[in-house]
Design a protein around this ligand. Structure first.
Ligand code: SF4
Length: 171
């Protein structure tokens, strides 16, 4: 009888899987992640911005305020979506906790999904520091031991190998 082995579940920013959820209605499909690594893991796609009810396409957002507790604000109309995002994120993290993920791949340079070094702008519109994106920060706070990496780093074969090892060790 054939043994069916369950794939390891790994979360991922869903635009990296080719889902058209970005602010401009596009995606950021990463063929290596989706097709090659996707043979070994089951991707659990998450788009925090579309998930919390923002439309596609939508206005560009950025982080504003204190780098320790930035706000997620639309660039042109200055609408604060932080509370909406945080409320949705808490429920989503409960769900992801039950799914027993073994890792997460974040889309870099996003005020929601970026894992590190997202510019936070002060009142004078100049960068006041950096922070992870709002969703990424909340996920890393809730699951501090979960292997996580940004798609930009995973273009480096050594970083990729190390991340895959961490995911399998975590499992
Ligand atoms: S980076 Fe995150 S919030 Fe932005 S489109 Fe991709 S999944 Fe959605």
């Amino acid at each position: 009888m054939k043994t069916i082995r369950k794939k390891i579940k790994v979360g991922i920013s869903s635009c990296l899987l080719g889902e058209k959820v970005r602010y401009d209605g596009g995606h950021r499909l990463d063929r290596y992640l989706k097709d090659t690594l996707g043979r070994s893991v089951e991707w659990i796609g998450v788009c925090p911005e579309a998930g919390c009810g923002l439309p596609v396409p939508r206005e560009v957002m950025h982080l504003v305020g204190m780098p320790q507790s930035p706000r997620l604000i639309t660039v042109e109309t200055n609408i604060d979506h932080t509370d909406r995002m945080l409320e949705w994120t808490e429920k989503k993290l409960d769900e992801l906790g039950k799914a027993r993920l073994s890792g997460f791949v974040f889309k870099s340079n996003s005020p929601s999904c970026g894992m590190r070094s997202i510019a936070v702008y002060g009142k004078d519109c100049f960068p006041a520091g950096t922070s992870p994106g709002i969703f990424a920060a909340a996920l890393m706070r809730r699951f501090p031991a979960l292997p996580a990496e940004g798609d930009d780093r995973l273009k480096d074969p050594r970083a990729r190998e190390e991340f895959i090892e961490r995911v399998f060790a975590f499992k």
